[in-house]
Design a protein around this ligand. Structure first.
Ligand SMILES: Cc1cc2nc3c(=O)[nH]c(=O)nc-3n(C[C@H](O)[C@H](O)[C@H](O)COP(=O)(O)OP(=O)(O)OC[C@H]3O[C@@H](n4cnc5c(N)ncnc54)[C@H](O)[C@@H]3O)c2cc1C
Length: 423
């Protein structure tokens, strides 16, 4: 096989495929290497296998508010490829997108694998991209202080430009094991140690584990430290065998992690976030009065899921399981209201990298020229996607970063290419 290319892209994830396709589209001879036996292994898992492909906020300024620490770097790449371009790009590849709640966009087909197929089609139709699977990148090949190629498990390949798209460390089973980060560190880049960032939260409270599989669409969730509410969020919660999950929880993980560094953290669930204690008590008085002879448990089962009702009743001091509404005392009703508004449990931490959606950490953005995505230390090396230390929420923002940085790196790596003679 050919050994000399204009551009080598290391890593066949979303950002790598975008870069390779874009460079190929502009006429560069591209080699894409991927260690797995197929492309986009992590991409296939995204959005519960439906792929939340972007967030349909088309105003760059508003979109970039979601990247408070890095927005100043991102205006330039987003002026070259933004959310509107993403919609157009995939539609041109016969993959129309639909918009769901919170502006989350998905392929109309609801299949993440279709996104991977569209990107493969994009690369293939350029006629300029060679794909080498089951090939592990080992190190950069350096000659006279310049990076001239890479060594891999399938031999050495040379190129004038190299795009590093090996991802971060979240879910290492997909192939993202941080190889690119250690190689970049060896050539002088500063790498912030990765940590689970967008991840579920774990607790040792057995009653939470027992609710595993239960989800509630609209609850209030407070995080408490030293008896003071530190912050609160509202949305859907999913109980799991280790703790709590769902987009609202996952997006809180970063803040919770910061709190945990300072001390113990408790979470409190409010099952009726629209009512204060007084109005909820009044609601229960009316409800119990209307259904005097009904069992408390049956009344609550009409309002909340059975598993949740059981967990709540078990928490009450007096056994109210078989009580009829008319025999509930004022004190018992007040305790019930209190529990419904403040289900407490301790938070032990965030789940590890194997559960994390993205890991923070990676290459320091200050070492990257975001106009081109080129390294400021090695101008013929380009960096894309999760490999860069950019904090962001869930909701399609990570993949949009891949499309933008991949497109920009592909565009600029394809420029002024000249083949290096292989010896
Ligand atoms: C479960 C889950 C769900 C997610 N859902 C969403 C979502 O719905 N929306 C969203 O925006 N984001 C989502 N994300 C985040 C998103 O998947 C990532 O941001 C994105 O995949 C990063 O793309 P990337 O190209 O930078 O790297 P990756 O997707 O990590 O791809 C890197 C590729 O490089 C390859 N590689 C690594 N080392 C080597 C080596 N030494 N040699 C050769 N190849 C190598 C890997 O095998 C891998 O294929 C989700 C993440 C997870 C884990």
């Amino acid at each position: 096989m050919k050994k000399n290319f204009d551009v080598i892209v290391i890593g066949g994830g979303p950002s790598g495929m975008m870069s390779a396709g874009r460079a190929g589209e502009l006429g560069a001879q591209v080699l894409l290497i991927e260690k797995n036996d197929h492309l986009g292994k992590k991409l296939s898992l995204t959005g519960g296998r439906r792929c939340n492909i972007t967030n349909a906020e088309t105003d760059n300024r508003v979109f970039l508010e979601n990247f408070p620490e890095s927005k100043q770097f991102l205006f330039s790449p987003f002026s070259q490829f933004n959310v509107k371009d993403t919609f157009e790009f995939f539609e041109t590849l016969n993959l129309p997108l639909v918009i769901e709640d919170r502006k989350r966009a998905f392929p109309k087909s609801q299949k993440a694998d279709d996104v991977r197929d569209a990107l493969e089609k994009y690369m293939k139709q350029t006629g300029n991209v060679e794909i080498l699977l089951e090939t592990v990148f080992k190190s950069f090949k350096i000659k006279e202080n310049r990076i001239v190629g890479i060594t891999t498990s399938s031999g050495t390949f040379l190129a004038n430009k190299i795009v590093v798209a090996t991802g971060g460390l979240a879910v290492p089973a997909t192939g993202s094991t941080g190889d690119g980060l250690s190689a970049l560190n060896k050539i002088g880049h500063t790498i912030k140690a990765p940590n689970p960032n967008l991840a579920p939260l774990c607790t040792n409270s057995k009653w939470i584990h027992d609710l595993s599989g239960t989800s509630v669409d609209d609850i209030g969730l407070r995080f408490i430290q030293k008896n003071k509410t530190q912050f609160k969020v509202r949305g859907r919660i999913l109980f799991t065998h280790f703790g709590i999950s769902g987009p609202m929880v996952i997006n809180s993980a970063h803040k919770v992690k910061c709190l945990l560094k300072k001390g113990e953290v408790e979470a409190s669930i409010d099952l009726f976030p629209d009512c204060d204690l007084g109005s909820l008590d009044a609601f229960f008085i009316k409800l119990f009065d209307e259904q005097k002879n009904k069992k408390l448990k049956s009344i609550l089962n009409t309002l909340l899921q059975k598993s949740l009702v059981e967990a709540m009743l078990n928490m009450l001091e007096s056994d109210m399981n078989d009580m009829q509404a008319h025999s509930i005392t004022k004190q018992q009703r007040k305790s019930l209201v209190q529990i419904v508004k403040d289900l407490r449990f301790p938070i032990q931490g965030t789940m590890g990298l194997e559960w994390s959606i993205v890991a923070d950490g990676g290459v320091d953005p200050k070492e990257i020229d975001f106009k081109t995505m080129a390294s400021r230390l090695h101008p013929n090396i380009y960096l894309t996607g999760d490999i860069i230390d950019i904090n962001r929420p869930s909701g399609g923002f990570s993949l949009q970063l891949c499309w933008t940085t991949g497109f920009v790196a592909g565009t600029h790596s394809a420029k002024k290419t000249k083949l290096i003679k292989h010896r």
